[in-house]
Design a protein around this ligand. Structure first.
Ligand code: CTP
Ligand code: MG
Length: 181
């Protein structure tokens, strides 16, 4: 596969993992997952991780995966490149895994004494990638191995932080997000 193919595949395959966190922002505030509980004097997760945000985010990512699967054959033909389709378990793994990674990062941020919304460079940009890749590897191992080859995986790890920073700055500029990270 050429460089363009690697980049296109990396972005395409990760789209169902990119959307959940942004959809969660739009879903707005709901009941916090941790129910307000604390651990060692600090919130377990904080008010920024809600049940509604998690469900809406996961559904949005899965919905997008199914949509992409629907247009993959036509788009592949137009581009002259074969774009992967998403089995349901792959879409679910990417979407829910992205949310889990973000939730895991909040858990770590609270343990490190950072308040809701505080930036944690590095973790903020890669938490959902690691969650998505780990989860999809468990739910759809064969698909994951076939799709995320070493070059594609490398492209994902390099490009995702860039895309994440850009979309969050966009969401902040539009007033959808309280912080630009
Ligand atoms: N959100 C949500 N549920 C999630 C993830 C996000 O409801 N599982 C919503 C919340 O309204 C959150 C916003 O999306 O405030 C932005 O998400 P994020 O930046 O991940 O949360 P923060 O508020 O910054 O909290 P934290 O410091 O824990 O990351
Ligand atoms: Mg945040």
């Amino acid at each position: 596969m050429d460089v363009v193919g690697v980049v296109v595949t990396a972005v395409w395959a990760m789209l169902p993992a990119y959307v959940p966190n942004n959809a969660a922002v739009l879903a707005g505030d709901g009941k916090p997952i941790d129910g307000g509980r604390e651990l060692g004097g600090r919130r377990v997760l904080g008010d920024g991780k809600t049940q509604r945000g998690t469900v809406v985010g996961t559904a949005a990512g899965l919905g997008l995966a199914l949509l992409l699967s629907g247009i993959a054959p036509t788009l592949s033909e137009l581009l002259g490149r074969s774009l992967p389709t998403f089995p349901v378990l792959a879409g679910l793994g990417l979407a829910f895994g992205a949310m889990l990674g973000d939730i895991g990062a909040s858990f770590l941020k609270r343990r490190a004494g950072r308040e809701r919304g505080a930036a944690f460079p590095g973790l903020d940009q890669l938490d959902f990638v690691i969650g998505a890749l780990a989860c999809v590897r468990i739910l759809a191992p064969a698909w994951t191995e076939a799709t995320f080859t070493t070059p594609v995986l490398f492209a994902v790890l390099v490009l995702t932080p860039l895309l994440h920073v850009m979309t969050n700055m966009g969401a902040y500029a539009l007033g959808l997000k309280d912080e630009p990270w």
